[in-house]
Ligand binder design. Structure first.
Ligand code: C2E
Ligand code: CA
Ligand code: CA
Ligand code: CA
Length: 277
C-alpha cells in the first residue's frame, strides 16, 4: 500500500482506528475476565525420564474468551503486566495451583511450577502472600516451584537475588526459566538461589543431530550439575531428543512427546491412571 495515494491513507487510518478499538475492547474484556471466571489453569506434566513417573506439572494459564476461544498467555500476560492486572491474576494462578494439590489424588511429593512475573516479585505484598500460601499448602514444603525467566532475573540481579533469598525462607523452590536465552554469567548462576534450571526448548530442538545444540545442552547440563542445581529440559518433542537427554543424565523433562498442557481435572485423572499401572 502506497501512502502517496490519498485514498489509501484513509483506508490505513480507518484500519489503525479499528485496530486500536479492537485492542481497547480486548483489554476491557481482559480486565473483567477474572470476575467472569474466564481463566483456566492448564497443567503440563513433568515426567521422570527413567521411570516415566509424573514428578509434577507446570501451570500454564489460558483465557477462555467467549468469542475468540482459548487465548494463549503470550497474548495477554504482557497486557496484564502493563496495566497491573497481573497481581490479581497471578494470585489466582497460585491459588488454583494449591487447590489442585489439595484436590488431586496422590499429590504427595508432586511439585507444581508456577510462572511469576517480575512485577509480582517486586511487590512487597508478594512475600507475605506467599508465606500465607505456604501455610495453606499444609507444610508441603517445596510443593510449589516459582519459575522466573533468566532475562527477568538478570535485569537487576542483586535485587532479584535478595528477593529470592527471602522467598526461599518460606519454603518454596525456585526455578530459572528459559535458561540459555538471557546471557547470565556463571558467576551469577552460582549466586542465584535457584533449585532448578529449566533449559529452553530452543536448545533441546534437534539433538543429537543438531551438533551445535547438542554441545550447548551438554555444556549447560555439566555446568548446572556442578553447581548442584537440578535441571528440567523443556519442549521435548521427539524420541531422539528424549533418548539423548537420558544419555546426558537428565531426569525431569516436559514436552509434547509426553503430554500437552491439559485442563487441571484431566491432570488429576492422569495421576489416577498412572497410579494404576
Ligand atoms: P514458558 O514458561 O516457557 O512455558 C512453556 C511454553 O512452552 C508453554 O507455552 C507450553 O505450552 C509450551 N510447550 C510445552 N511443551 C512444548 C513442546 O514440546 N513444544 C513446543 N513448541 N512448545 C511447548 P504457553 O502455555 O503458550 O505459555 C507461554 C508463556 O506464557 C510461558 O512460557 C510463560 O512465560 C507465560 N505464562 C504462562 N502461564 C503464565 C502465568 O500463569 N503467569 C505468568 N506470569 N506467565 C505465564
Ligand atoms: Ca515456565
Ligand atoms: Ca520455559
Ligand atoms: Ca518460554
Amino acid at each position: 500500500v502506497s501512502a502517496a495515494e490519498p485514498g489509501n491513507d484513509i483506508v490505513f487510518f480507518k484500519r489503525a482506528d479499528e485496530k486500536a478499538r479492537q485492542l481497547f475492547n480486548i483489554e476491557n474484556a481482559l480486565n473483567h475476565a477474572l470476575e467472569k471466571k474466564q481463566f483456566r489453569l492448564f497443567m503440563q506434566p513433568v515426567v521422570d525420564l527413567d521411570t516415566g513417573a509424573i514428578l509434577g506439572a507446570e501451570a500454564l494459564i489460558r483465557w477462555e474468551h467467549p468469542r475468540l476461544g482459548l487465548v494463549s498467555p503470550g497474548h495477554f500476560i504482557p497486557m496484564l503486566e502493563h496495566n497491573g492486572g497481573i497481581h490479581d491474576v497471578g494470585a489466582w494462578v497460585l491459588e488454583e495451583a494449591i487447590r489442585g494439590l489439595h484436590q488431586w489424588p496422590d499429590s504427595d511429593g508432586l511439585q507444581i511450577g508456577v510462572n511469576v512475573s517480575r512485577i509480582q516479585l517486586e511487590t512487597p505484598d508478594f512475600l507475605d502472600y506467599s508465606a500465607q500460601l505456604m501455610d495453606r499448602a499444609n507444610g508441603q514444603a517445596g510443593s510449589l516451584i516459582l519459575e522466573m525467566t533468566e532475562s527477568m532475573a538478570m535485569r537487576d540481579p542483586e535485587v532479584i537475588i535478595s528477593r529470592l533469598r527471602e522467598l526461599k525462607t518460606h519454603g518454596h523452590d525456585m526455578a530459572m526459566d528459559d535458561f540459555g536465552t538471557g546471557y547470565s554469567s556463571l558467576a551469577y548462576l552460582k549466586r542465584f538461589p535457584f533449585d532448578y534450571i529449566k533449559i529452553d526448548r530452543a536448545f533441546v530442538r534437534g539433538i543429537p543431530d543438531d551438533v551445535e545444540n547438542d554441545l550447548l545442552v551438554q555444556t549447560m547440563r555439566d555446568m548446572t550439575s556442578r553447581l548442584g542445581k537440578r535441571t528440567v529440559a523443556e519442549g521435548v518433542e521427539t524420541p531422539e531428543e528424549a533418548r539423548r537427554l537420558k544419555q546426558l543424565g537428565f531426569r525431569g523433562v516436559q514436552g509434547y512427546l509426553f503430554d500437552r498442557p491439559m485442563p487441571a481435572d484431566d491432570f488429576g485423572e492422569l495421576l489416577v491412571k498412572k497410579h494404576e499401572y
